[in-house]
Ligand binder design. Structure first.
Ligand SMILES: NC(=O)c1ccc[n+]([C@@H]2O[C@H](COP(=O)([O-])OP(=O)(O)OC[C@H]3O[C@@H](n4cnc5c(N)ncnc54)[C@H](OP(=O)(O)O)[C@@H]3O)[C@@H](O)[C@H]2O)c1
Length: 286
């Protein structure tokens, strides 16, 4: 897992690869020029920022989200800068629409080299408020897990045939240190992480990489309704977009904040202590 100190970097505007980044053998342009990069959730926030950087570096960006005007505006912005972008408005919760859209993308572009599963739904709700809300767990699984898996199943045959591909899953730092109050959301992202671990094992010798990005807080529309995050340290969408670009250049298996990695270690060695830390965090309202 790549070592990062993202909060520190967000504050000081440093390289998102951390204070001691590995020396690179290639640039983003080397990694993506002419590559077909499918980005879900491209109409705003992290996906939109990543799309601009990737197109600037020479990728052909294939943009999926529900809001057509926002996607079209992004296509215009990218083409205005000399890049190549195509909009595919689609509600990924609709399995039939999703299959039609990915079929159209494969027909029109001949394949997808890099899939960024970024579209996501977050729900903040304590257990005490969730007893009659089983549908929260279904809705988060629908978009964060089933929709992403559907896309993987559609693009992986081509990637395996060509012996090249990368799937980037935008998960949450809460997948590393726990997310009390976000149970449905964190569980759906964990499912995506797990299925990718199995797929990675099956395709390791085929030049296909699955990258789990454990994203920390990012100041986007997603966290806007939550007043407790108003003053919290957070990446800008541009910084988070660059994290996804770094993931494409370096192709790590996992990338996430150092603090979360340490917390995971504590969880393995002393789970009761990790539970206590999570419980305290929950009680203090963080
Ligand atoms: N912001 C954070 O603090 C944070 C932290 C950790 C992880 N993340 C993850 O980062 C990813 C991007 O989120 P963001 O922060 O950039 O928030 P955002 O600006 O709200 O972006 C969410 C994107 O998902 C798309 N989307 C939502 N429902 C969809 C659907 N049914 N079909 C197709 N697209 C859909 C939205 O587009 P439309 O509305 O146009 O469909 C939008 O482009 C998410 O997976 C989120 O879980 C965010």
């Amino acid at each position: 897992m790549t070592s990062t100190g993202w909060w520190f970097q967000a504050k000081h505007g440093l390289d998102t690869r951390g204070p001691f980044p590995r020396r690179r053998r290639r640039t983003l342009g080397d990694a993506v020029a002419g590559r077909r990069v499918l980005i879900t959730g491209a109409s705003s926030g992290i996906g939109r920022s990543a799309a601009i950087d990737l197109a600037d570096a020479g990728a052909v960006v294939l943009l999926v989200a529900r809001r057509e005007p926002e996607l079209q505006e992004l296509v215009d912005a990218v083409t205005g800068r000399g890049g190549k972008a195509f909009a595919y408005p689609c509600d990924l919760n609709d399995a039939e629409a999703s299959d039609t859209t990915i079929g159209q993308i494969l027909d029109e572009h001949g394949g997808v080299d890099i899939l960024v599963n970024n579209a996501g739904r977050s729900i903040r709700r304590d257990l005490a408020q969730s007893y009659d809300r089983a549908h929260d767990f279904e809705r988060t699984m629908q978009l964060n897990y089933f929709a992403a898996v559907r896309l993987m199943l559609a693009v992986l045959p081509g990637m395996r045939e060509r012996h090249f591909g990368q799937v980037i899953n935008v998960l949450s730092a809460a997948n590393l240190f726990g997310g009390p109050g976000y149970s449905a959301y964190v569980a759906s992202k964990a499912a995506l992480d797990e299925v990718s671990t199995s797929f990675q094992a099956e395709t390791l010798d085929e030049n296909i990489t699955f990258t789990s990005v454990y994203m920390p807080l990012v100041r986007t529309a997603m966290i806007a309704p939550n007043a407790q995050y108003l003053e919290a340290a957070a990446l800008t969408p541009e910084q988070a977009g660059r994290v996804l670009c770094d993931a494409i250049v370096d192709r790590p298996r996992r990338i996430g904040p150092t603090f979360g990695r340490l917390q995971q270690l504590v969880d393995v060695i002393n789970p009761e202590r990790a539970d206590t830390a999570r419980h305290r965090r929950f009680k203090s309202g963080i």
